[in-house]
Design a protein around this ligand. Structure first.
Ligand code: UD1
Ligand code: UDP
Length: 366
């Protein structure tokens, strides 16, 4: 029986890997092992419990203010022991975190095949997002199974010389997650507070924006909210202390609520209730469009050009002026808003996990 190991460590990886864990575990043809690094602790555990997934192995590596060296070193060493003890037929990693990179590297050193879920995303700017652009490029270099979410990502991989028969287009498992989370009749005290206003949901956490850039983005957002009395903004603040520090810029406004990170079920339902979304997140650039919500991307570049081409994502840059202009325009221009809200979601139909499982089953048979 093929032994499949999945490894992940942060909130977004967990959200996008849990639907795959559930799909693989529902099939009796695999032995499925779930390993978590614990690169995130509270934010990871919250997703695991939302999906009812109990890991088989937990490396528990997180420390306060961890550096890239800490995460890489602990994951590489930890995964060496795990992989040597278990020798899976394939190790599945997700996306572009340091957990995913260091785990793929450990598997590569031990000659264990790697499957990359969400392969082929690129900005071709090695510093943005940082260090994710390096991580995902390196993971693709050592992967024998490349699960590309879209045709665009498949073409990127082909241009880079990857073998056509190692790539399969699956859709993004972020959209699968929405099938478990979004429900009619959902209520929450914050949504009650925002009723009758235009609700803006904000998230921000990118390493390359921490400090002055992030404060500038928040100053711009504060000005726009202040100038639009019918807008209320909810920001579930990432647990990174450096993000919490920058978020102080937004703390005092009566129409801004800074709250703790939301569980994934809550967060996806907040997106469904939002008027628009401001974010530098990767995953939210996929889930918000799937829910018909225009997204202003608080970054200089994106590895998700499909959403920009479809008209659902708008890249605002990271300057105070750029963010101010993009946010103001989307609130004031009804035709622009309607066009963005009506754009088609390019990230799949919610059945990516099934396609990945089928591909693995077929590869094991051949
Ligand atoms: C990581 C990923 C990033 C991903 C993001 C999703 C890397 C290098 N970065 O960035 O690609 O977009 O996760 O959120 O892999 N913390 C807690 N509890 C938690 C989670 C985080 O206290 O549950 C705090 C810790 O102090 C930690 C800090 O947040 O040191 C930063 O976490 P870390 O995983 O290093 O980086 P992220 O910015 O979260
Ligand atoms: N998310 C969540 N709670 C929050 C904020 C975000 O569950 O308070 C979800 C969001 O829906 C998306 C994922 O977390 O599915 C994105 O994670 P994050 O922005 O931390 O990472 P990225 O996608 O940028 O790597």
């Amino acid at each position: 029986m093929p032994k499949i190991m999945l490894v992940f460590g942060t909130r977004p990886e967990a959200i996008k890997m849990c639907p795959l864990v559930l799909e693989l575990r529902s099939r009796k043809e695999f032995e499925t092992i779930v390993c978590v690094t614990g690169q995130h602790r509270e934010m990871l555990d919250s997703v695991l419990s939302a999906f009812g997934v109990t890991p088989d192995i937990d490396l528990d590596i997180m420390s306060a203010n961890q550096t890239l060296f800490d995460i890489t070193e602990r994951t590489l060493r930890g995964m060496k022991s795990v992989l040597e003890a278990s020798r899976p037929d394939v190790l599945l990693v997700h996306g572009d975190t340091t957990t995913a990179f260091a785990s793929a590297l450990a598997a590569f050193y031990l000659n264990i095949p790697v499957g990359h879920v969400e392969a082929g995303l690129r900005t071709y700017d090695i510093r943005a997002p940082y260090p994710e652009e390096f991580n995902r490029t390196a993971i693709d270099a050592v992967s024998s199974h490349l699960f590309a979410p879209t045709e665009v990502s498949r073409e990127t991989l082909l241009r880079e010389g990857k073998k056509p028969d190692s790539i399969v287009v699956t859709g993004n498992t972020e959209i699968d997650a929405l099938r478990y989370t979004v429900r009619g009749g959902y209520t929450h005290a914050e949504l009650d507070w925002a009723r009758g206003s235009r609700l803006v949901v904000l998230t921000a956490h990118r390493r390359e924006s921490l400090g002055g850039t992030m404060r500038g983005i928040f100053r711009a957002i504060l000005r726009v909210v202040d100038e639009h009395p019918d807008v209320k903004l909810v920001y579930p603040v990432h647990l990174n202390p450096a993000v919490r520090d920058a978020a102080e810029v937004l703390a005092e406004h009566p129409r801004v609520h800074l709250i703790e990170p939301l569980g994934v079920l809550d967060f996806h339902n907040f997106l469904a209730a939002a008027h628009l979304v401001l974010t530098d997140s990767g995953g939210i650039q996929e889930s918000a469009p799937a829910l018909g919500k225009p997204v202003i991307v608080l970054r200089d570049t994106t590895e998700r050009p499909e959403g920009v081409a479809a008209g659902t994502l708008r890249l605002a840059g990271t300057s105070e002026d750029g963010v101010y202009r993009a946010f103001t325009e989307l609130l004031d221009d009804g035709a622009l808003y309607d066009k963005m809200a009506a754009a088609e979601n390019p990230y799949g139909d919610g059945w990516a996990s099934r396609r990945i499982a089928e591909w693995i089953a077929q590869s094991a048979r051949s």
